[in-house]
Design a protein around this ligand. Structure first.
Ligand code: CA2
Length: 145
């Protein structure tokens, strides 16, 4: 399987429209377009999805079990709360990259806990939106090795 699922969680649809001092000026459409193009240069197809709803993310992670070799997930605030997302990720056999634009560990204490991290093969955080291409490179490094 050469497909990767890129999941973005709540409020990431607002990228580029609010709080540029934390998250930068790129919109989600910019990031998805760039990521899709980069994935293709690495030989992968990228399936990009965003939702503000926890259950959508759980459903898509389950769908990826049948269709994808890797999941790159920026679960947004659900990172810090969602046992449901952790359980779904634990049922996925492929590679998992946890991704954040900012570095939650350097922000408010309530962002220091991640429920995604225990299921992740790699964590990329604090590199701005460049982290999305870094995550794809990490997947390629592991899966094409
Ligand atoms: O740094 C990240 O990527 C985060 O996953 C972003 C989440 C935050 O809850 C995590 O702690 C770290 C928040 C995403 C909200 O995105 C917005 C973008 C523009 C305007 C407002 C919110």
């Amino acid at each position: 399987m050469s497909k990767i699922m890129l999941l973005n969680g709540p409020n990431l649809n607002l990228l580029g429209k609010r709080e540029p001092e934390i998250y930068g000026y790129d919109t989600l459409a910019d990031i998805e377009g760039r990521s899709r193009a980069h994935a293709e240069t690495l030989g992968f197809t990228l399936d990009c999805r965003q939702s503000n709803h926890e259950g959508d993310l759980v459903d898509w992670i389950q769908e990826a079990r049948e269709t994808c070799a890797a999941i790159i997930i920026n679960a947004g605030a659900y990172t810090h709360t969602s046992v449901a997302i952790l359980d779904a990720l634990r049922a996925f056999d492929g590679m998992i990259v946890e991704l954040h634009i900012s570095n939650p560990k350097e922000r408010e204490p309530f962002r220091h806990v991640s429920y995604v991290e225990p299921a992740a093969d790699e964590v990329i955080a604090g590199h701005g939106t460049k982290g999305y291409t870094m995550a794809l490179d990490a997947v390629a490094k592991k899966l094409l090795a």
